[in-house]
Design a protein around this ligand. Structure first.
Ligand code: NAD
Length: 438
């Protein structure tokens, strides 16, 4: 089967590469010529573990190619996936569908048909029908179906998530679209991963409901963590005790500095707008959005307290700026709130991140970049762990304490313990939802 993939971002590129690994012929298209130039040279524009090898293998096998030429990509394709961005629309919180609709019109003008137009981007309920209307209006003679196939991969573990998904959601309303989608995902059927076939609206809704639920789970434990600090409980013990209950589950119960990333913030905002538009306010999701902002502000307060009440003149070293480990993605990362507050408050800030510098340099003005945690910490008055990269999980705390001007540690990912920090020579330690010392 020949597949065209529109958009070579985190989702489009991973999906295209993995579909080619299934054995399909995949042509990936992007409107950004710089990305296509990189990809054609065999370079990967994003950091995603394992993607470069899988991409190279499938290019070499002749199943995977990249182009800016949409008509060539669509020629003979039985399915075309739309995997373009759906960021928050400026001003109102809705998902911005400009890129999706532009892609739909491009397809309508170029496709020969019969073709299934599959929306992989996260889109509000009703969008697939809107895509169908836009395509039919732009090219009334085109023989096409639509399908909704929201993506659930996590950056940093994207290949494994795509190749071994918890489930694949396919929203269709015609037997022909169902059959094409089944053929595309046949390798997963054979390996017994559940493929859930629904109507278009349910497929669209599943994606928002799932993301809002996960954002709620994180925010719930973050709020419990704030209470733990006041009552003398330890949130790590609390979340373990909760998570062992099979009805609750262990994942997404790690307290931290608030969720960020390319999906949870924008998808919770979009869901709350969809609810408002339909007169069914998503009150839990709305509360989650507000509480998450509060949590990020609370982190700034913690750091200010550790600096003795003011950032002015403090030398602060920040470990990790990407929104989570194993990605270079900086979209809505907590660092984008916390680091500017440090710089704005008069701190001298050094930062380090294994992959974040390329994106982060422009987004975090006024900081000095260092190669690793030790270089960043030298001479600092406060060390902040913001992203739990493996590189920061087994630091030599004694060495760090020894090279800092005032050894104080803000462990915003609960990697270490007050005891370990004290033993290493730190004079102050704070984390999330656990006792610290000063
Ligand atoms: P991204 O911004 O990384 O990539 C989008 C790509 O689409 C860009 O390269 C852009 O140049 C290209 N593009 C836009 N319009 C185009 C057009 N008309 N023709 C060709 N190319 C075009 O976005 P992403 O992170 O991959 O997200 C894509 C969608 O998938 C979003 O709806 C997102 O919510 C959803 N999603 C993302 C993730 C994730 O972890 N990033 C996970 C699940 C779902």
């Amino acid at each position: 089967m020949k597949i065209a993939m529109i958009g070579t971002g985190y989702v489009g590129l991973v999906s295209g590469v993995c579909f080619s690994d299934f054995g399909h012929e995949v042509v990936c298209v992007d409107k950004d010529p710089a990305k296509i130039a990189l990809l054609t040279r065999g370079e990967v524009p994003i950091y995603e573990p394992g993607l470069d090898q899988m991409m190279a293998r499938n290019v070499a096998a002749g199943r995977l190619s990249f182009t800016g030429d949409l008509p060539a990509a669509l020629a003979g394709a039985q399915a075309v996936f739309i995997a373009v961005g759906t960021p928050t629309r400026r001003g109102d919180g809705h998902a911005d569908l400009t890129y999706v609709m532009a892609a739909a019109e491009d397809i309508a003008r170029t496709a020969q048909g019969p073709v299934v137009i599959v929306t992989k981007s996260t889109v509000p309920v009703g969008t697939n029908r809107q895509v169908a209307r836009v395509v039919a209006a732009a090219n009334p003679g085109l023989d096409f179906d639509v399908a909704s196939n929201p993506e659930f991969l996590r950056e940093g573990a994207a290949i494994d998530d795509f190749m071994r998904p918890d489930r694949v959601i396919v929203g269709v309303e015609s037997a022909r679209a169902a059959q094409v989608m089944e053929e595309i995902y046949r390798p997963l059927y054979l390996r017994d991963f559940p493929i859930v076939t629904t109507d278009l609206e349910s497929a669209e809704m599943i994606k928002y409901a799932a993301n809002a639920f996960l954002a709620t789970k994180i925010t719930f434990i973050n709020e419990i963590a704030a209470l733990c600090e006041k009552v003398g409980a330890d949130v790590k013990q609390v979340s373990r005790g909760m998570g062992l209950d099979g009805r609750i589950g262990k994942t997404f119960l790690h307290a931290g500095p608030g969720y960020g990333g390319s999906c949870f913030p924008k998808d919770t905002r979009a869901l709350s707008r969809i609810g408002q538009d339909h007169g069914v306010p998503m009150r839990i999701t709305e509360a989650v959005i507000d509480i998450n902002e509060e949590i990020k502000r609370r982190m700034i307060g913690k750091l200010r307290d550790l600096c003795g009440g003011s950032f002015n003149g403090a030398r602060v070293a920040v470990l990790g700026v990407t929104f989570k480990p194993n990605t270079d993605d900086m979209r809505e990362a907590p660092s984008l709130t916390i680091v500017p507050a440090l710089v704005g408050g008069g701190a001298q800030v050094t930062v380090t991140d294994p992959q974040g510098r390329r994106e982060g340099e422009a987004l975090l003005p006024g900081v000095r970049w260092e190669a690793d945690a030790y270089a960043a910490a030298a001479g600092a008055d406060l060390l902040v762990i913001l992203t739990e990269w493996n590189e920061f999980r087994a630091l030599d705390l004694s060495r760090l304490a020894g090279m800092m001007a005032v050894p104080r540690l803000a462990d915003l990912r609960n990697i270490y313990s007050a005891e370990a920090a004290r033993d290493a020579g730190f004079v102050a330690y704070d984390s999330i939802g656990r006792a610290g010392f000063e």
